[in-house]
Design a protein around this ligand. Structure first.
Ligand code: FPP
Length: 224
């Protein structure tokens, strides 16, 4: 049976859910945050060590300002209200992506990372202003500056996910089958599950079903 250490998730479908159920994309994001909380709890129950969530991509800046502001206000109130609880639960928060936000958000993100730095139960990697291509370019530039060899070990070392094992499992909700510039280097051997449900409808039961399927996959890593 496989063990699952690291799950990465593309949380897609908030906008469609919001339009369908509340006539507002933003209310879909609000509902999506409830699913985030459920999946964090369920990850702990499943003894998962790393959970990587794609919350805002480098391409998401193209969205209307009103939606971008709503998402960052949601993130701000989530951190202000929940970081102590996450800390008590021994959860570590790490941001992956370039921290180029408002001064207020940058301070809050740094403070939240610092507060939870020593925690060991579950590490949440929150992908914000994250794009895999820009992450790779950044890594190659660091390799050049540090005058080290271009090899697999060094590329992995200079990614935002340095020292984090590659995802065993990638889940994308929302019925679209694409990778959207997410962890392209790190998912070379991940098992990929495309889920029809929109992110706000995804629940612990759906998550457990995927994990159960993953346990029984024969992973060859190129071997036979
Ligand atoms: C993709 O759905 C989702 C996002 C770009 C934002 C994800 C945000 C959350 C789940 C809530 C906030 C999370 C935190 C941690 C504060 P989409 O809007 O592209 O959906 P669509 O394909 O239906 O348009």
């Amino acid at each position: 049976m496989n063990s699952v250490k690291h799950v990465a998730i593309i949380m897609d479908g908030n906008g469609r859910w919001g339009i369908k159920n509340k006539k507002s994309r933003n209310l879909g994001h609000k509902e999506g945050l409830k699913t985030v909380e459920k999946i964090i709890k369920s990850s702990i129950k499943n003894k998962i060590r790393y959970l990587t969530l794609y919350a805002f991509s480098t391409e998401n800046w193209k969205r209307p300002k009103k939606e971008i502001n709503f998402l960052f206000n949601l993130l701000e109130s989530f951190l202000v209200n929940k970081i102590s609880e996450l800390n008590k639960q021994n959860i570590k928060l790490k941001i992956i992506g370039k921290k180029k936000f408002s001064k207020k958000i940058n301070i809050l993100l740094n403070k939240s990372e610092k507060q939870t730095f020593k925690n060991k139960k579950l590490q949440i990697n929150l992908a914000l202003n994250y794009g895999s291509k820009s992450e790779l370019i950044n890594a190659f530039n660091l390799i050049k500056i540090n005058k080290v060899k271009i090899n697999e070990k060094n590329i992995s070392k200079y990614l935002f996910t340095s020292n984090i094992p590659d995802p065993d499992l990638l889940i994308r909700t929302g019925s679209t089958q694409r990778l959207s510039n997410f962890l392209l280097w790190q998912i070379a051997y991940s098992e990929i599950f495309f889920e029809k449900k929109l992110w706000p409808d995804f629940n612990e039961n759906d998550y457990n079903k995927i994990i159960d399927k993953f346990y029984n996959i024969k992973r060859n890593f190129g071997n036979i």
